[in-house]
Design a protein around this ligand. Structure first.
Ligand SMILES: Nc1ncnc2c1ncn2[C@@H]1O[C@H](COP(=O)(O)OP(=O)(O)OP(=O)(O)O)[C@@H](O)[C@H]1O
Ligand SMILES: [Mg+2]
Length: 248
């Protein structure tokens, strides 16, 4: 369970996010959508123990974020590729486990790469992989860490739409299979609706939560959902909320 209570983060006299209250149950898939600069990354970094709150409180189960992060209980996947260029896909996957002083399990790491559609690419360096493949490696790496909580910051931001959709379907099935708690930040309203069981809409100046929507779509989801009326209606509702807060 992730609990944010009156979270505020300021940089000098600039308020990046303020008064964020959010309760995320274990096993939830929550998406966060909002305009550029509204504080999505700041919020995620605070949850991950990478950014100290200026005020308020964050708990991850019974731990503070920094402790949870140190204990390897939080996995990150960022938009920017953060793979080591000189290491193979497999060595990139096992690396974080080594950092956390846990023994890497190459057999499991291989199986994870296979499950992400990377069979045969275990020994490839990142430079030989496409953007989508690199993101798959980054996801496998976060999974290999064994963390229950996955924080994802626009992990598909630089990918083409087809790859994005495909990875979205994979992340959903991974979430179902592994029963992770996922907090997923995106710019894209359709992506936020497709992936989430709950969608948090943020607004800016200062960054805060504007609204939260329960997403009502069938499960498991595949790309057929995009054509459904329920999907389109929920996308329209979220989009409308974003526009209303933007126009104020
Ligand atoms: N370390 C920092 N020092 C000063 N200001 C910062 C710092 N990090 C973020 N900010 C500011 O806080 C605000 C929120 O930034 P943040 O990166 O969280 O936004 P975002 O919603 O993730 O945007 P984007 O969608 O473009 O990634 C921005 O105005 C940014 O300039
Ligand atoms: Mg960001």
């Amino acid at each position: 369970m992730i609990e944010l209570e009156n979270l505020t983060v300021t940089f000098d006299d600039f308020t990046a996010v303020t008064d964020i209250n959010l309760h995320i149950e274990r096993g939830e898939f929550v998406t966060i959508v909002g305009p550029s600069g509204c504080g999505k990354t700041t919020l995620l970094r605070a949850v991950g123990g990478l950014q100290k709150p200026t005020a308020g409180r964050i708990q991850i189960d019974d731990q503070r974020p920094a402790a949870a992060q140190k204990a390897g209980d939080i996995g990150f996947v960022f938009q920017q590729q953060t793979l080591f260029p000189w290491k193979s896909a497999l060595e990139n996957v096992v690396f974080l486990r080594k950092m956390a002083n846990e023994s890497p399990n190459r057999k499991e790491a291989r199986a994870l790469l296979d499950s992400m559609g990377l069979e045969g690419f275990e020994d490839a360096r990142p430079s030989a992989l496409s953007g989508g493949m690199k993101q798959r490696v980054a996801i496998a790496r976060a999974l290999h860490l064994g963390a229950d909580v996955l924080l994802m910051d626009e992990p598909f931001g630089e990918l083409d739409e087809i790859t994005r959709d495909e990875l979205g379907v994979e992340i959903r099935s991974l979430w179902r299979r592994e029963q992770k708690t996922i907090v997923f930040v995106t710019h894209s309203v359709p992506e936020a609706v497709f992936l989430g069981n709950r969608c948090v809409v943020m607004r800016d100046e200062p960054g805060r939560i504007e609204a939260t929507f329960d997403i009502d779509l069938p499960d498991p989801r595949d790309t057929e959902v995009f054509g459904s009326r329920a999907f389109q209606e929920q996308v329209a509702t979220v989009r409308q909320t974003l526009h209303e807060s933007y126009d104020e």
